[in-house]
Write a protein that binds this ligand. Structure first.
Ligand SMILES: NC(=O)C1=CN([C@@H]2O[C@H](COP(=O)(O)OP(=O)(O)OC[C@H]3O[C@@H](n4cnc5c(N)ncnc54)[C@H](OP(=O)(O)O)[C@@H]3O)[C@@H](O)[C@H]2O)C=CC1
Ligand SMILES: O=C(O)[C@@H]1CCC=N1
Length: 319
């Protein structure tokens, strides 16, 4: 994927589980864009974003003028570099160009080559990474998008160059299949073009919305940790099916597809309480099951799970 004059280089500084998920989602989005491009636009030598972008969630009127088309991933260990390279193999171009350049132990170089940097290390490590010799200069004038749980914009600003703009985003592992829910938080120093770029990036890999930073810890619990919580519920539903004689694989698929269906009905505008009432036939089996859930305080347990995970998220990243 050759960069064009309008294109940007995106570096993921600390490319582990989330970095790979985000880059895979973006690469997958860009490859479906490439396959959708009209022949004459492909031969014109330009890659100006058009409404042909295959984004389910992006408002085309807010497409930034420059989009990422070159990618760098920074990791610490050589074995991670091999894992990251393997993860992106499927996006290798016909000419054999690797879709992502992987840097090991050379963060400053990776950031120097970037226009936009996604910070994807563990929360406790940001000061070490951003404090490396030469890093402040490498980040000068650039946009830094932190996906770190619990680390505030003000804390990040303290360790970067004064001209670096900092945005927070909280995506989840479903970025990889372009079904993330990402919450973005930015302050007043971020230009409309930069906001559009961050929204574009995360709308390639799912839905995104903007909220004030005071909500970020709750969003971390709900969106960031959410896949783990829902996975536990899917397992529990499947276990119930297995208990009643269903084969495991089929029970798991039924549980996951039914969860997706319920979620999509809510996204389509149905209130969860209406969904619940419509399924609950008088004297039927659904109301019987719902009462068991209420007896087990499942509603309160799940709500308190978000409460506790939010409190925990708030404490992450403390040195
Ligand atoms: N996991 C999740 O579901 C979510 C996580 N987050 C946040 O995303 C961040 C990353 O999480 P996750 O992807 O799970 O973590 P990982 O541990 O999988 O990834 C961290 C990455 O940072 C790299 N790294 C560590 N030290 C350095 C260094 N000195 N130089 C360069 N790279 C370095 C690691 O490289 P190496 O492998 O070589 O050690 C690794 O690739 C966290 O801050 C977390 O709060 C947010 C939403 C969801
Ligand atoms: O558990 C964690 O700390 C990270 C942040 C959100 C999801 N995983």
């Amino acid at each position: 994927m050759e960069p064009t004059p309008e294109s940007l280089t995106l570096t993921v500084l600390g490319c582990g589980t989330m970095g790979v998920a985000i880059l895979s989602g973006i690469l997958s989005s860009l490859s479906s864009f490439a396959s959708l491009r009209l022949p004459n636009s492909a031969s014109s030598g330009t890659s100006t974003p058009t409404t042909l972008l295959p984004t389910r969630f992006h408002d085309a009127s807010k497409t930034p003028t420059r989009l990422p088309s070159k990618f760098i991933a920074c990791v610490k260990r050589p074995e991670s570099a091999s894992r990251v390279r393997r993860a992106f193999e499927e996006f290798t171009t016909h000419g054999g160009t690797p879709p992502v350049q992987v840097y090991t132990g050379n963060n400053v170089e990776g950031v120097r080559g970037a226009d936009v940097v996604i910070l994807g290390c563990k929360p406790q490590m940001y000061a070490e990474l951003l404090g490396e010799e030469g890093m402040s200069e490498a980040l000068e004038g650039k946009l830094l998008v932190s996906i770190l749980a619990g680390v505030k914009i003000a804390a990040l600003r303290e360790v970067v160059h004064s001209s670096t703009r900092v945005v927070r985003a909280m995506p989840n592992t479903a970025s990889k299949i372009r079904e993330s829910m990402t919450v973005i938080s930015a302050e007043d120093d971020i230009s409309p073009e930069e906001k559009a770029l961050v929204s574009w990036i995360f709308s390639q890999i799912g839905r995104s919305l903007v909220l004030g930073e005071k909500h970020m810890d709750a969003c971390t619990a709900l969106c960031g940790s959410g896949p783990a919580f829902y996975a536990l519920i899917v397992e529990a539903m499947a276990d119930g099916g297995v208990m009643m004689g269903l084969p495991r694989a089929e029970a798991q698929m039924m549980a996951a597809q039914t969860m997706q269906g319920a979620g999509r009905m809510v996204l389509a505008g149905q209130h969860p309480a209406i969904i619940r009432e419509q399924v609950s036939t008088p004297a039927g089996c659904t109301i019987c099951g719902l009462l068991i859930l209420e007896d087990g305080k499942v509603r309160s347990t799940i709500a308190r799970t978000i409460q506790e995970a939010t409190n925990m998220a708030a404490g992450l990243g403390k040195q």
